[in-house]
Ligand binder design. Structure first.
Ligand code: ADP
Length: 458
């Protein structure tokens, strides 16, 4: 069973009050008990001192001389604050008992040698004190037992405990309902917030909740929800933009293919013309294929389900394979690819994703590199950084911050004959993030660019 929030608050509140009150009640009972009984014990002690000072003995025998105060009402009557006295000799015989102590009754002895203890006399509760009677040689010659009624103290304590026991659940019940009432009043604005927030969906995602007048937790909650809405709105806008960019990127080669094919079917041509047009279509299909592959990579990384493995990857074989892939294109532009890597250089990462990242960086370096220029791959063992450097067109300072955005292409690249989708670097960045590889770029327009991958220290 799940309790509603306000009921939970009320319950926790009541439990806290229950613990505190139980403790307070316990302390009150303890203090009252001790006060009442220490008062009785003090009375017994006064009585004992009076008795002992009026006792006489001869060697080991106690001499009982009836003293006038023994006739006082408290010693002779049972009704008014009675004080019972009893003296035993060492043989255990009762040699004196006060008049109010019936002849068939005797005061009970302490069981565990305590001085003060509780007992009953004639079904009435009494408090007793038991003291040894000693002669001048400090030899015990008898035993004095004094009892006073504890009926009054008992009744006070009994009533007190009953009042506490009855008031405890009543008080908790009242506490629970008043807490529940207070909690429901306190969370009323939260409920209002819930009802307002639940009305927001994708059709009115731009709406925001009204901030409360007071700058309290509720204000912060409303602001947090508004911030969240702003982030969702931004991400929806980005997604819409992505879909529109992606469809644009797909539609462009598709309409080019369609246009070429329409031109081809319009009239008969010689085989060379067909060959030329069809090669153009094949190139466009390849572009579409590459674009779809990049979109798929991005979708997989975005889904958050990408699992990266940590493998021991030797750099030289990977770099050599990628160099071979791009050798033909580099030759076309007369770019030399130089690799400065020790044979044993290795990193820990996902090999497949690493190849994908490096492939993108090397292809960009060649695409945007200088004709007759160089692309240099360098490994720095100290910083564990692999850099891909070119001496090509470089990136304008203002564009560097955007090159990792999806579909972003520097204007120059966009208008150039260099083919691209503007997705490669965003894939590289995502994969670097996933593997905790630090991706950095330094570039100057006209001077070239360096992209570096700093691997975590092993
Ligand atoms: P593209 O498919 O356009 O190459 P990328 O995401 O790989 O997409 O790169 C985004 C843009 O960044 C490119 O269009 C280009 O303008 C710029 N860029 C990337 N690498 C380089 C580089 N080595 N030199 C100059 N500009 C680059």
């Amino acid at each position: 069973m799940t309790l509603k929030f306000k009921k939970r608050i009320a319950l926790y509140n009541t439990l806290a009050v229950a613990y505190t009150t139980a403790l307070v009640f316990f302390v009150i009972s303890f203090v009252v008990y001790n006060t009442a009984y220490s008062h009785l014990d003090a009375n017994i002690l006064v009585e004992k001192n009076e008795m002992i000072s009026n006792l006489f003995w001869l060697k080991d025998s106690i001499i009982i001389n009836k003293m006038p105060e023994w006739n006082e009402a408290e010693h002779s009557q049972v009704e008014v604050n009675p004080t019972f006295l009893q003296i035993k000799n060492m043989q255990g015989d009762i040699i004196f008992r006060s008049d109010n102590l019936p002849s068939n009754q005797k005061l009970e002895d302490a069981i565990n040698g305590e001085i003060y203890y509780n007992s009953e006399l004639n079904h009435k509760r009494i408090r007793l004190g038991q003291f040894p009677i000693k002669n001048e040689n400090d030899k015990t010659i008898g035993q004095l037992t004094i009892a006073v009624s504890r009926q009054e103290s008992y009744t006070v304590l009994y009533n007190l405990i009953w009042v506490l026991l009855i008031s405890f659940p009543v008080m908790l019940l009242v506490q629970y309902f008043s807490s529940s009432l207070a909690a429901s009043r306190a969370i009323r604005p939260v409920n209002q917030l819930i009802s307002l927030a639940s009305k927001i969906d994708h059709s009115n995602i731009e709406s925001r909740l009204e901030l409360p007048a007071r700058r309290d937790e509720l204000y912060e909650l409303t602001q947090t929800i508004n911030d969240l809405l702003a982030r969702i709105e931004k991400s929806i806008a980005q997604q819409k933009q992505f879909v529109s960019d992606a469809s644009h990127e797909i539609r462009t080669p598709l309409s080019a293919i369609r246009g070429t094919l329409e031109v081809l079917v319009r009239r008969k041509r010689d085989p060379e013309a067909y060959e030329e047009k069809i090669s153009g279509v094949i190139e466009l299909v390849d572009r579409l294929d590459a674009l779809l592959e990049q979109l798929l990579h991005l979708a997989r990384v975005d889904s958050g389900t990408t699992v990266t493995r940590k493998e021991h990857v030797k750099l030289l074989p990977v770099v050599s394979a990628i160099r071979q892939n791009w050798e033909a294109m580099a030759e076309k532009r007369n770019i030399s690819i130089l690799c400065h890597l020790p044979a044993d250089a290795a990193v820990k990462c996902d090999k497949f994703f690493f190849e994908l990242m490096l492939d993108n960086l090397v292809s960009n370096a060649i695409k945007y590199g200088k004709i007759n220029g160089h692309v240099v791959l360098n490994w720095n063992e100290n910083t564990r950084t692999l850099s891909v450097e070119d001496d090509g067109i470089g990136i304008p300072e203002n564009d560097i911050q955007h090159i990792f955005n999806r579909f972003f292409r520097v204007d120059e690249s966009r208008s150039s004959i260099v083919k691209g989708s503007g997705l490669g670097l965003s894939i590289v960045q995502k994969l670097a993030e996933l593997q905790h590889i630090h991706l950095q770029v330094t570039s100057r327009k006209g001077d070239g660019s360096t992209f570096s991958l700093e691997f975590p220290q092993v």
